[in-house]
Design a protein around this ligand. Sequence first.
Ligand code: SF4
Length: 68
Amino acid sequence: MPEPMPRKPKAPSCEDCYFHKNLLCALELGEPCATFRPNRPEGLVPPRQPVLLMRAPRWASTGRAVSA
Ligand code: SF4
């Protein structure tokens, strides 16, 4: 039987940070900062961004007719 996945992910630490592993960090904070990026085999991966939702153009909204 496979082991269940842990519910809470492990808290990030500087030892797991890409910048620390590659000697690119000059900070001596003692705790991870907002720049933390996980050290992955594929290298530096940018953080996920929210999906950009496009609005309908103003002229397409209902309620007002456009006259020339
Ligand atoms: S960049 Fe931030 S999280 Fe990464 S090692 Fe440096 S202080 Fe820690």
